[in-house]
Design a binder for this molecule. Sequence first.
Ligand code: SER
Length: 391
Amino acid sequence: MDTDRIVRTFTEYYQEHGHRRITGSTLLPPPGDPVLFTTSGMHPLTPYLEGRPHPLGRRLVNVQRCLRTTDLEEVGDRTHLTVFEMLGSWSLGDYEGPQSLDWGYHLLTEGFGVDRGRLHVTVFGGDERTGPDTGSLELWQGLGVPVELTVEDNWWSNGPTGPCGPDSELFLWTGDTPPESTPTGDDRWVEVWNHVMMRHRRLEDGSLVPLPQRNVDTGLGLERLATLLQGRRSVFECDVFEPWRRTVPGLWRLDGTSLRVVCDHLRSSVVVIGDGVLPSNTGRGYVLRRLLRRVLTVLRRDDPSRGLGDLPVELVRHTLDRFRQDVDPELVRGVLREEEVRFDRLLERGRRVLSRPRYRGPLGEQDFHELHDTHGLPRELVLGLRGGDGR
Ligand code: SER
């Protein structure tokens, strides 16, 4: 099942159950929002989860592009991407968690044909503040799906304050042997879908108060589900990465992890630029700058002549189309090339500064601060120039 069909199957299923499709937002949250990027499908819906009536009603479904920097160190493994698409469904004070889980179970097993023997779920087991999520537990027991109870892993929030609640996560077994252990005990259980019973708000002082309505917010990572349904081992092998797999190894010879990091960061950068962000030293622009510098550091490690200008326009266009961004791909390539020139200048300066006798020996914390504050050389770049941990 290709990604487009997964999206159709998902949205049509929820539409059949009374949900209205809303248009996903860009990666940029509205002005005044403290978060740099949209990190989950619920994020643009926060006012409605907090009680404002949504013009399309109480049942919604959509596809939302998201960017997560919390997972940055994990990118290059089998399951994490920086920019990804999330399928989501919402009950804004309408039906409750067990109904959402029941639909989720039927969509996965009947709509997507997932073998029910490969399913495991987790449920919030309760803590000193909030009791166990018995509604979810009973639903899963009734369906005969194995359940693991956890505490921290089954509480979802979008940040230190705001809407939050217990969640129930659905995992699929990806091992070659019959399923064993539990989701927290074996990482061959891969999380595909999260249903959050979003009915609390956390205040500044850490206390919880009930939201004006009891919501359900669900999110399912599209590329991850596509990977599993297509019988692939890593997200980089699913259909959306096919043009990347076809093109990038021919441009630059890279080992497995580097190839995945380069593809992820470049694809993410294209989408971030497509949403109107330019590289800079603060905020969103700095996230973009870090992604591109990491790509350049990896590319230049083996061959200093490699550059972002090598990236074919078709690949940029394919990515913009995939994310429904109406932007000229040449404009995006222009931003990439400019950033590369800036990076080259910085490298030049870095080499000159690091060749001074003062920095020839092992570097301490004080040196890293000075290199950054006085010479504008970020730690990552210094480490890249020195190799190893720079010490
Ligand atoms: N907000 C939850 C998540 O991001 C479910 O959509 O996992």
